[in-house]
Design a protein around this ligand. Structure first.
Ligand SMILES: Nc1nc2c(ncn2[C@@H]2O[C@H](COP(=O)(O)OP(=O)(O)OP(=O)(O)O)[C@@H](O)[C@H]2O)c(=O)[nH]1
Ligand SMILES: [Mg+2]
Length: 275
């Protein structure tokens, strides 16, 4: 069941109270937080710090709502690599792999247990997070079927969707959000960070070559291992892969931009693992 969510006027009073938050994060997200009793913050288990939205976490806590931290894509990293201290600071949490259908039952029970503590007929669970962290996929895992639409590109989910987990627990899917202050940055470093965690996908970045160069500089060995490259410069990697895959321009030259996008796609799909 997929229904578009609409907000009635009786909520406008409540919304006025959080007027101050208006500049901090987009309208839709503000609504999700306001209407939810429990929030699932979907994080990429490989990039927990980079995909946390501290401004939003603070806003949720100010409203005395429960956050459950979801470490998704756990199939792409050894869970032992996540520090105990980090886990301790992010309670309660759940390890999830939508890809391998792991952790769904545990999370469902956790949500039900938290929902029971809230004295309400209908409990609303908002699902938020950076673009592409797997919000819609987590919802599908919880529900047990493909109810929320998922996609490879960041920014796939456009509006709020309301989905039923049980008779009295409603899930809200929401569009991915990068903190406003960071998103408006035109600085290549900030953009590269978003590309690293998949929040700006290979098809949505301007200068793919520059981003790949930055990733390569930090994770050289991971790239060498994956592409069986002996050299340690990114130009060689692009040249080698472009030839191999026949990604050429007129004059038989490798198309560096297109090849870089292929590399970035491999990275964003977790094929090139630095862990
Ligand atoms: N390896 C792996 N990939 C995953 C997992 N969960 C989701 N993905 C992939 O991540 C991509 C994004 O998934 P979505 O569920 O659409 O993510 P989203 O957070 O809803 O994305 P937006 O709506 O764009 O913000 C898709 O290509 C999924 O297949 C997981 O547990 N492991
Ligand atoms: Mg989505």
């Amino acid at each position: 069941m997929r229904v578009r969510y609409s907000f009635s006027s009786r909520h406008t009073g409540r919304l006025k109270n959080i007027k101050k938050q208006r500049e901090k994060f987009p309208n839709l997200l503000r609504k999700v937080i306001e209407f939810s009793d429990i929030i699932l913050e979907i994080l990429d288990a490989r990039f927990i710090d980079e995909t946390r939205n501290l401004v939003i976490e603070e806003a949720i806590k100010e409203r005395d709502k429960i956050i459950i931290y979801i470490f998704n894509k756990i199939d792409l990293i050894d869970k032992e690599k996540i520090s105990k201290e980090k886990l301790h600071n992010l309670l309660p949490y759940a390890f999830i792999s939508c890809q391998e259908h792991r952790g769904g039952k545990y999370l469902r029970n956790k949500i039900k247990a938290e929902a029971k503590k809230i004295n309400k007929e209908k409990v609303i669970v908002g699902v938020i997070g950076y673009p592409n962290t797997g919000k819609s996929s987590v919802i599908n895992l919880l529900i047990g079927k493909s109810s929320a639409k998922t996609g490879k590109e960041a920014g796939f989910t456009k509006g709020i969707q309301k989905l039923k987990l049980t008779e009295n627990i409603i899930l809200l899917d929401s569009p991915g959000v990068i903190p406003t202050a960071k998103y408006s940055s035109k600085e290549i470093g900030a953009i590269a960070e978003h590309a690293k965690v998949g929040a700006r996908t290979y098809d949505r970045v301007k200068d793919a070559e520059m981003i790949v160069a930055r990733l390569f500089r930090v994770y050289t060995k991971a790239f060498q291992d994956f592409y069986k490259l002996k050299k340690d410069n990114v130009e060689e990697l692009i040249e080698q892969l472009g030839r191999q895959k026949n990604i050429l321009k007129k004059g038989n030259e490798v198309d560096a931009d297109k090849t870089s996008r292929v590399i970035l796609k491999d990275w964003q799909e977790g094929k090139i693992s630095p862990f």
